[in-house]
Design a protein. Structure first.
Length: 294
């Protein structure tokens, strides 16, 4: 096992436009490098051996931000997990994203790793994808032919595989502003606190003036190659009164909606049970947050 990457050419573009041009010219064997928290370990282990690296660090001025849109908050691709976790705008309008970011790895990983890198990497045990699925987020990608927006449900294609085309970069993520009386929670089970999720659950709920579910989004990680959004379960919750009983019912339905894999980290049954417990806990917390805010 090597701990040194294969030799590679290093390109350091100074604008997004230049980065896209360089990536396009170098072809599929070139890899963009953001925070390096996934790519560098993979290169050291030679799981990845690109012949060229396009370092995105100098684009921080262009691609690191959290911005207020009309109905959404936009997060630049190079925004670190720490910046997302601490963003007052996200805490105000979409606490699911900031809470999810706070669950990623340890302080070093959060200070270096970027939201764009995490989404592009598409690890089936990563935390952000579950939140993006629950929120129906949009991923903004840019390439030589311009910019396009991809719904989270279409972005993740398979384990470590996205719908990014060769030469395209993730440039931003748009998450909706949550409305009404809402709260959100992310919970995960991991071997150690700073590790990838064995399973994780992202949930947001808004209720109407009678305390009935007006909007709900659920996203799961660790249950298959891509994040799972159990839409049938969400639909069954609309109009129901949010409380411990509904939390239990939804948790049971969520655990039945998946057929998670058995692997070295956990059995399928363990994952299912953990999901049930995490979902119920998340919904109970959301219920008490909303009740307290009244
Ligand atoms: C010890 C450790 C613990 C971790 N724990 C967790 C955890 O608990 N939960 C979790 O979710 N993650 C975890 N991670 C992964 C971490 O979140 C990474 O930061 C993230 O997966 C990749 O982001 P990055 O900016 O470091 O990307 P990089 O490592 O630089 O790149 C990752 C991949 O994405 C591509 N890429 C990067 N940016 C872009 C872009 N803008 N557009 C297109 N492609 C791009 C690269 O070419 C590469 O293929 C952990 C990592 C480590 C080292």
């Amino acid at each position: 096992m090597s701990l040194y990457p294969r030799n590679f050419q290093l390109h350091v573009p100074t604008s997004l436009r230049e980065a896209i041009e360089v990536l396009e010219a170098l072809g599929e064997d070139a890899k963009p490098l953001a925070g390096g928290q996934s790519l560098i370990p993979m290169m050291k282990l030679r799981i990845a051996a690109p012949s060229a690296i396009v370092y995105l660090g100098p684009l921080k001025g262009e691609l690191s931000y959290v911005r207020d849109g009309d109905n959404h908050v936009e997060i630049g691709a190079l925004t670190t997990h720490s910046e997302v976790a601490e963003s007052p705008l996200l805490r105000r309008w979409n606490p699911l994203v900031s809470e999810t970011a706070a669950h990623i790895g340890d302080v070093q990983v959060r200070n270096m790793g970027t939201i764009g890198g995490s989404l592009a990497h598409a690890d089936p045990s990563a935390d952000y994808p579950a939140a993006m699925a629950a929120l129906g987020a949009e991923i903004v990608v840019a390439g030589r032919s311009g910019t396009r927006t991809v719904p989270a449900g279409e972005f993740f294609v398979d384990a470590y595989t996205t719908s990014l085309r060769p030469g395209e970069l993730v440039v931003a993520v748009r998450v909706p502003k949550l409305r009404g009386r809402y709260s959100a929670a992310y919970g995960k089970v991991a071997k150690i606190a700073t590790d990838f999720a064995i399973v994780g659950v992202a949930v947001h709920v808004s209720v109407d003036e009678r305390g009935q579910v007006a909007d709900i989004g659920i996203g799961l990680t660790g249950v298959g190659p891509t994040p799972h959004r159990p839409r049938d379960v969400e639909e069954g919750a609309f109009g129901e009164r949010l409380g411990p009983e509904l939390a239990e019912r939804i948790a049971e339905a969520v655990s039945r909606s998946v057929d998670p894999p058995t692997d070295l980290r956990a059995t399928s049954e363990y994952r299912r049970r953990a999901l049930r417990a995490l979902t119920e806990r998340a919904l109970r917390r959301i219920h008490s947050d909303i009740a307290r805010a009244q």
